[in-house]
Write a protein of this length. Structure first.
Length: 290
């Protein structure tokens, strides 16, 4: 689940196994709001990120000599010193972190070519390997929006960079997050054919996370009664939109949020009975033909 404050407490009480957050979420307040809730649910696993930051966080990093003025104005950094600084701050506020995602490394603000981007990823991975080796975090990964689609990297390249960062030790690259929805359904189509980043990540033993399953809420407007009935009669629009994502081969965790326990229970009930591969393929084929 992805939530802060009251929504996080609702989700954890409903049995959500993961909470996904980032230093820049909720205008920079996400970690502070989550800390007391995490104390109530010690078995919930926590994923946060390194990369994006708010203006206030950027000013603090500048004042502490972690970023230059130009870097602080950029809103995103994978500089080795910044990744270390931001992860330290996340641990200090949250109290515990199971997984740190390098957040949208393909972010265009850097203007890096592919080789330079891989070099920056390697630097971030070396820092996170240090945290993992010291058992301060459980592992790390990459949370991407367009990295696979734009060809910035592949699963095998990320794993190779992790092995290089770990040196002679076993690497701690353990998670991959990417958008999966009926709007961004290429991962579903490729997984149904036995390929794509989700299947490759799963085959490599990574935990796979699907972000933006409702595409920021935009998908709900497209969930007509006919489409809902095509997916599964009797579902709410939100549950019908989530069900294909939760049925995607190779996907472990669907990251969503809801404000009430009823909404969580509605989604959980639908996801408990996933679509078959045949049903899922029929749906994606139908959407492709429209």
């Amino acid at each position: 689940m992805r939530a802060v404050g009251h929504a996080a407490r609702t989700a954890m009480a409903a049995g959500a196994p993961w909470v996904d957050t980032a230093p820049n979420y909720a205008q920079g307040r996400a970690h502070e709001e989550l800390r007391p809730v995490l104390g109530e649910y010690p078995t919930v696993r926590v994923a946060t990120k390194a990369g994006f930051f708010t203006r206030e966080q950027g000013r603090t990093a500048l004042a502490e000599g972690v970023l230059t003025r130009q870097e602080a104005d950029g809103g995103h950094s994978l500089e080795r010193g910044f990744v270390r600084w931001q992860t330290e701050r996340s641990l200090a506020v949250l109290g515990r972190v199971d997984l740190v995602f390098v957040h949208n490394p393909e972010h265009r603000g850097h203007g890096l070519d592919r080789a330079a981007l891989h070099g920056r990823l390697w630097e971030a991975f070396t820092v996170l390997e240090e945290f993992a080796h010291a058992e301060r975090i459980g592992g790390y990964g990459v949370a991407t929006w367009s990295g696979f689609g734009c060809g910035a990297f592949s699963v095998s390249e990320l794993l190779a960079l992790a092995r290089q960062a770990a040196g002679s030790a076993e690497h701690h690259f353990t998670g991959l997050q990417m958008p999966v929805s009926l709007i961004m359904d290429d991962p579903i189509r490729r997984a149904l054919d036995g390929g794509g980043p989700l299947v490759r990540a799963k085959d490599a033993g990574l935990i796979t996370f699907g972000s933006a399953p409702l595409h920021g809420g935009e998908l709900l407007d497209a969930m007509t009664p006919d489409l809902v009935n095509f997916i599964r009669p009797g579902l709410s629009a939100a549950a019908a939109a989530l069900l294909p994502v939760g049925s995607c081969p190779g996907l472990d965790v669907v990251l969503t949020s809801a404000s009430t326990r009823a909404h969580w229970d509605d989604a959980a009930k639908a996801l408990a009975a996933p679509l078959t591969a045949e049903e899922l393929r029929r749906l994606t084929d139908e959407l492709a033909s429209e």
